[in-house]
Ligand binder design. Sequence first.
Ligand SMILES: NC(=O)c1ccc[n+]([C@@H]2O[C@H](COP(=O)([O-])OP(=O)(O)OC[C@H]3O[C@@H](n4cnc5c(N)ncnc54)[C@H](O)[C@@H]3O)[C@@H](O)[C@H]2O)c1
Length: 441
Amino acid sequence: MEIAVIGTGYVGLVTGAGLADFGNDVVCVDIDEKKIDALRKGVIPIYEPGLDHLVSKNVDEGRLRFTTDLAAAIRNSRAIFIAVGTPSKPDGSADLRYVEEVARSIAEHMESPKLVITKSTVPIGTGRMIERIIGERGNGHKVSVVSNPEFLREGSAIEDFMRPDRVVIGASDEQSVALMKEIYAPLHSLEIPFVVTNVESSELIKYAANGFLATKITFINEIAQVCELVGADVHDVAVGMGLDSRIGSKFLQAGPGFGGSCFPKDTLSMADIARRHGYDFQIMEAVLRVNDDIKQRMVEKISAAIGGNVAGKTIGILGLAFKPETDDMRDSPTIPIIKGLQQKGAKIRAYDPQAMENAKLIFDDIEYCDDAYQTAQDADALVIATEWNEFRALNLNKISAALRQPVVVDLRNVYDPKRMKSGGFRYVSVGRVADGRTKEQ
Ligand SMILES: NC(=O)c1ccc[n+]([C@@H]2O[C@H](COP(=O)([O-])OP(=O)(O)OC[C@H]3O[C@@H](n4cnc5c(N)ncnc54)[C@H](O)[C@@H]3O)[C@@H](O)[C@H]2O)c1
């Protein structure tokens, strides 16, 4: 099938390459000429493991192209995926301007019936709004709008797209569902569950899923705080909880709060959607508040680890991206943590294997380093902020020798407290104690 994917970012590019790999003819469209130019030259504008191979394979086999010519892409395709950004507005609602722009372009350029699919995360009612925009401005050709939210995780996006836990399709007619199943035919034959529902339910599934996951992370972060107060170990508590099959072990790793391009904006938007319909979604509001507080608590934790005052001190930060295996800095917890430390007068040096170019757009007042050891050099404390694999097996003797004082603040609980303590470090982590009985670490 001829498919246009509009918006060639983290989701659009993976979707385009993935759908091409399923055997569809795909054109990926973006208004960002630099991005499209790069892609045409075989340069992948983001870091996502395996994406370069998937893109080049499908380009070479003639199923995947890149263009800025939106009008032609709309005219020539039967199905149009919308994968543009839906960032938060200052009031917490989702900014739909890019989605609306695309809907108007479809209305203007379509010359035959179209299946329009929202891949972007959009508030409930957006599918109907797109239908209305195209109905009012279009030229009478039939349009069916389907919701097909994306659940991929940056860092494992290809695997998540090619073997998802489920495919959600929200549609109002059988023909659209049949077309979607054709597009996703290989997943159907792999017996991946398809959840077919109405457009509104599908739109809400995405927010409900992300809201729930954000709540689960926040819950364990709160438990970690209690652990620190009572002398319990959050790792053991999480294992004990997670073995209950009703709970499950995933998303029970305590840390510096959730971040990234999805959870913060989607929880904000979930709360906003409820509010607009006259309901106070108290859990979501609490999750947002707690998640903000956690970042501040991490600043205090780092500060306390070096005696309560970071003014004039140098803090080395390992990892800047919101999670490993991505270069994405959007809403990374490291942003408020670094800003909080800077406000208290700390000097920051940092290293991330992939995210430093994006970090430079946010911070021009930190010293960027070439590796973990350079980051530790003459620092008063080393903070593990993102659990990249290369930070899991550091040469601790080298780190200790490089640091001005052997202080490690491990916001991702990568290291064993006992081992760190016996290695001579003042080691602080999240919700854990050295021997499970004492509050001292
Ligand atoms: N990033 C994720 O992990 C993830 C996962 C699931 C869902 N989502 C959702 O998918 C959507 C896209 O997210 P993303 O991270 O890929 O965003 P992104 O910012 O990486 O990409 C969006 C792209 O759309 C392009 N664009 C904007 N307006 C356009 C237009 N009129 N025509 C053509 N291109 C246009 C931008 O130039 C940009 O390249 C969001 O709604 C997001 O919530 C993201």
